[in-house]
Design a protein around this ligand. Structure first.
Ligand code: ARG
Length: 460
């Protein structure tokens, strides 16, 4: 048991208590952030005259050597230390002696852990943004390739109106654009430095908190030390944005699972992104899409768990907050893993335009356009709706499509129909005429694709 405290205790900590309390098994994940924070702290202490230059240099060298030894495996992070902060400080003192004992001047583990967690989340947010950007680029490429790949658009999972694959993918493009912008917003809000908050009430040393913030590339120091040590809003916001990303990935996965089914055959997943069955030799399963859909639950779980942990905590620091880590680390790893696998899966899967087109052609996806045809010939929409309803009933009975009805059959239901009805309800016309902003028509899609192109270019 290597602890940073013990002076006021007369008994050893019970081993079970020690184990229950310790966090080293998971907070070693932000070892490099802890080192980075300590280096900034010490640099600031020396700049303020609280440590000598020699002490600072010796501590920095010591911290660098610990980082190097951990990186190359010569120094193991073991459970003999209570947490990562104790590990670093104990090793520093072992290496450089008394100067090491000054590292923690004007600092508490409360502001130290608040800093480490913030640095870690900030780093991971940047990586997650890069993965969302890659996904956006894939979607953009696919959209450009499939502006005239026709497919049915659905509502209630019933065929509704024909769209294009570019249009369908464009919906996800919008969702992931919003996700990207949410991550950007969160980064901005989280980018304030808690170090210097002390245990809760600042410190009596003349710390230069502006300098610490600057050294760690924060926009500013936080303005209230009690908030500094106990704010976990940024983690909650991040988990909330992650939950939304997972929700989008999960919806998309669900569609891919449907599209990849034998009944649909709109897509075929690449062999490298599919799995087989131990018993059924014919199987090629969409396990990656199913796992992404399944893992969504654990990210939601992390969000709900942290919200619940935080809701009853009085100011300022309380040990409950240690519970923010494992679930956040797990959620980060899950989201990043899902984003990159999902991107690989959709970049390699093959679309089947013939199947999509054939599917869009049946199921009366042009019924609305038949009604619009009547409206354009002076029939009020509600009457037109009724007439086309009769056409559909007639076709269901005859097992034919609207396109297959003869002119006589049309005329028998409404004399308004003329030869040009066939062109008006062809699938191509149905899509091509829809050119309002955001619609699947080629002119509308061209504009959106150009906007997305410009959007992607300016992303950092
Ligand atoms: N492991 C602790 C955490 O994750 C570090 C802070 C400990 N502070 C304290 N006063 N016990 O929150």
């Amino acid at each position: 048991m290597a602890q940073l405290w013990g002076g006021r205790f007369t008994k050893e900590t019970d081993q079970l208590v020690y184990n229950f309390n310790a966090s080293i098994s998971f907070d070693q994940k932000f070892f490099s952030q802890d080192i980075r924070g300590s280096k900034a702290h010490v640099t600031m202490l020396a700049a303020c005259g609280i440590l000598t230059q020699e002490e600072k240099d010796s501590i920095l060298t010591g911290l660098d050597s610990i980082a190097k030894d951990v990186a190359d495996g010569t120094l193991a992070i073991t459970s003999e230390y209570e947490d990562i902060h104790s590990f670093v400080e104990a090793n520093l003192i072992a290496r450089i002696g008394d100067a090491g004992k000054k590292l923690h001047t004007g600092r508490s583990r409360n502001d130290q852990v608040a800093l480490d967690m913030r640095l870690y989340c900030r780093d991971e947010l940047v990586e997650t943004k890069a993965l969302v950007k890659e996904l956006l680029e894939t979607l953009h490429r696919l959209m450009k390739e499939h502006t005239d790949t026709y497919m049915p658009g659905f509502t209630h999972l019933q065929k509704a109106q024909p769209v294009t694959l570019a249009h369908h993918l464009g919906a996800y493009m919008e969702m992931f654009k919003r996700d990207y912008s949410r991550l950007t917003d969160i980064y901005q809000r989280m980018n304030v430095c808690p170090l210097g908050s002390g245990a809760l009430a600042g410190t009596t040393y003349p710390l230069d908190r502006e300098l610490t913030a600057q050294l760690l590339e924060f926009d500013a120091p936080c303005l209230n030390s009690m908030d500094g040590v106990s704010d976990r809003d940024y983690v909650i916001e991040m988990l909330s944005a992650f939950s939304t990303i997972m929700m989008h990935l999960s919806r998309f996965s669900e569609e891919i699972i449907i599209w990849n089914s034998n009944e649909y055959q709109f897509v075929e997943l690449d062999d490298a992104y599919s799995t087989g069955s131990s018993i059924m030799p014919q199987k090629k399963n969409p396990d990656i899409a199913e796992l992404v859909r399944g893992k969504t639950g654990r990210v939601y779980g992390a969000l709900t768990s942290l919200l619940t942990t935080m809701k009853g905590i009085p100011l300022a620091y309380n040990k409950d907050m240690q519970e923010d880590k494992e679930l956040t680390f797990d959620a980060i790893d899950t989201v990043k893993g899902c984003l990159s696998l999902f991107n690989g899966m959709i970049s390699t899967m093959r679309f089947n335009p013939d199947k999509m087109r054939a599917s869009a052609k049946n199921g009366f996806t042009n019924a609305t356009d038949a009604a619009d045809y009547l409206v354009n010939h002076g029939v009020p929409f509600r009457d037109a709706h009724g007439i086309v309803g009769q056409l559909v009933l007639y076709c269901i009975d005859k097992k034919i499509a609207l396109d297959d009805m003869s002119m006589e059959e049309y005329k028998a239901i409404s004399p308004v129909f003329e030869e040009d009805i066939y062109d008006a309800i062809s699938m191509e016309t149905c899509v091509k005429k829809r050119n309002t902003i955001g619609a699947p028509g080629p002119e509308a899609m061209e504009k959106v694709i150009a906007q997305n192109e410009a959007y992607l270019k300016q992303l950092s």
